[in-house]
Design a binder for this molecule. Structure first.
Ligand SMILES: Cc1cc2nc3c(=O)[nH]c(=O)nc-3n(C[C@H](O)[C@H](O)[C@H](O)COP(=O)(O)O)c2cc1C
Length: 199
């Protein structure tokens, strides 16, 4: 994949550190031309709590520690933004973390914010849509909504750590997860751990 345009959407589920690592990886990837960033209102609160941020107006700069070169920040209320239309080409959308609330909206086609409209567009245009859901345990509504979204074409890609790469710290766990997400949308990373028992 070259000159890729990726949508990154952040909602109010736990996992802000993973979202910030995803944005860092996309910023550093020469195959990515542009990242469209949109976040729900509730995600601002969770991000501020989990990452210790206080300047909510500059949340991207605070997360990444530098002004972003490729990231376009969209207002979630702006349902007239480029990514709200199927005529604007994007290559994939990653909702990370994806709350159960946003999962419900996407699964039921509410499209009542830029975030949920952009996801709806990805589904109707048959573009990759990864929902990195995070909740535990799941109730039956969550399970039904995941099935609905998957039937409509989304990939349910739960925020779950792996242990087969023997991580010794949180960052290694986070990187491994991000590498799996990026490989899934055609952006394999050079530092990805690949299971190879040598048979
Ligand atoms: C610190 C914190 C952590 C949360 N973690 C989760 C979570 O992991 N999963 C989830 O579905 N909701 C979680 N919530 C609740 C959501 O933020 C809440 O349901 C919100 O309405 C989601 O809105 P949104 O989907 O528009 O972002 C959390 C809330 C807070 C304050």
């Amino acid at each position: 994949m070259n000159s890729a345009e990726i949508i990154v959407a952040v909602t109010g589920a736990s996992g802000s550190v993973i979202a910030s690592e995803l944005l860092r990886a996309l910023e550093a990837d020469s195959r990515v031309a542009r990242v469209h960033f949109v976040q729900s209102e509730h995600s601002r609160r969770v991000m501020a709590d989990e990452l210790g941020l206080n300047r909510q107006a500059h949340i991207i700069e605070d997360m990444l520690g530098a002004p972003p070169a490729k990231i376009t920040v969209h207002d979630n209320a702006n349902i007239g933004a480029s990514i709200a239309s199927g005529s604007y080409r994007t290559d994939a959308m990653i909702v990370l973390p994806c709350s159960m609330g946003t999962l419900a909206s996407i699964a039921n086609g509410l499209a009542d914010s830029l975030l949920t409209r952009a996801a709806d567009v990805c589904l109707k245009e048959r573009r990759p849509l990864l929902l990195c859901v995070r909740e535990t345990p799941f109730n039956r509504i969550h399970l039904r909504n995941m099935t609905l979204a998957a039937e409509a074409g989304a990939t349910i890609f739960p925020l779950m750590p792996a242990f087969y790469n023997k991580p010794t710290d949180t960052l290694t766990m986070v990187r491994h997860f991000i590498n799996r997400v990026l490989a899934h949308i055609g952006l394999p990373q050079p530092d990805a751990y690949v299971w190879n028992p040598g048979e």
